[in-house]
Design a protein. Structure first.
Length: 339
């Protein structure tokens, strides 16, 4: 475990998190109360219950969105990013043994992507989290690179029409499954509003060592926009996996306890932060977000769970790692309380 040592630094990150992970029932009040109680000013929306049952935020109706915006204000929260599932669909309509769905891209762009843009604007965030499409299981990602670059470019352009950034998250089983593939996608798409989201555990779960994870982070730096924070503790010897059974993953831990090498990554980020801050400022984003997505009670293809206690443990672990790396952050203080 890292030994906390508070080092003052001019560099500061903005802490946020997927609030659905902190709520036992994913109700809006449970989620937002947990974020506020933990001292966070921001939240990332993914799954939420506004009183009509749990649904992805993409499926909220207009009345529910208005209610959600009012609840955010009541709890003193802002949305860091919309945690959309955009890009988690098949590239081609081909049976490959998975349950991933296929949607014709023209329809997907017109309906899902446009709706995500409108929703992000209503929620007051400039950032949409997304993915890089599922290539057929067992196929070579390189075979599909031109199609993915074209489709991601169209998504980025649609986001730009709404004044938004499309953040591409590295994740197993997608074309952008490694930092090196993400770098190729970023360069190929070549849109200023397409940025990359680094997630160390999404690489560790594929069997990469801590230093290999760091190398993937280095590959993503030219397009880095923000980070998701979760870590993974291998139960046995590290073994490379060509395909990850995401529903079977259960060894996630706080950022200062895992095998992903967050101490090395964050120490490099401390020096690189001004560059990323400038990159984000160009889009009116107030800083560089670290979105907690701990999964400490388990994770799957479309989400995970930590509970209010697990989320708090993960937040404290991240703060220790940031202290160790010399990166500043802020939590709510007494002076912010209204009478």
């Amino acid at each position: 475990m890292l030994v906390p040592q508070r080092i003052q630094s001019p560099s500061r990150v903005l802490l946020s998190g997927f609030s659905d992970e902190a709520a036992l029932d994913k109700t809006v009040d449970q989620q937002f109360a947990a974020m506020a109680a933990l001292g966070l000013h921001y939240t990332c929306l993914r799954f939420i219950d506004m009183g009509q049952g749990v649904k992805n935020a993409m499926l909220l109706d207009d009345a529910e969105v208005d209610q959600c915006v009012a609840k955010l204000a009541r709890y003193g929260l802002q949305v860091s990013s919309l945690g959309s599932p955009i890009g988690k669909v098949k590239l081609v309509d081909e049976a490959d043994g998975t349950t991933n769905r296929y949607v014709p891209f023209e329809q997907y762009l017109r309906e899902d992507v446009t709706h995500a843009c409108r929703l992000a604007n209503k929620l007051g965030t400039k950032l949409i989290r997304g993915f890089s499409f599922y290539h057929p299981k067992g196929s070579d990602p390189a075979q599909h690179l031109p199609q993915v670059i074209d489709q991601l470019g169209q998504i980025a352009d649609r986001c730009a029409e709404h004044g938004l950034v499309y953040g591409l998250e590295v994740e197993a089983n997608l074309v952008g499954q490694t930092g090196h593939w993400m770098a190729r996608l970023h360069a190929g798409v070549n849109r200023p509003n397409l940025l990359l989201i680094f997630d160390a555990a999404n690489l560790s779960t594929q069997g990469y060592s801590g230093y290999e994870v760091y190398e993937h982070y280095l590959a993503m730096k030219p397009g880095l926009g923000w980070l998701h924070i979760k870590d993974y503790k291998h139960p046995g010897p590290v073994k490379r996996l060509e395909h990850v059974d995401e529903e079977a993953l259960k060894h996630f831990v706080p950022a200062d306890m895992g095998d992903s090498g967050h101490e090395l990554i964050l120490r490099d980020l401390a020096d690189f932060l001004p560059t990323v801050q400038q990159r984000m400022a160009a889009f009116g984003v107030p800083g560089v977000f670290l979105d907690l997505e701990p999964h400490v009670r388990g994770g799957g293809q479309f989400g995970g769970f930590s509970g209010p206690d697990g989320f708090g443990i993960a937040l404290r672990g991240l703060c220790r790692a940031l202290d160790y790396a010399g990166i500043d952050y802020s939590l709510r203080e007494y002076a912010e309380l209204s009478s």
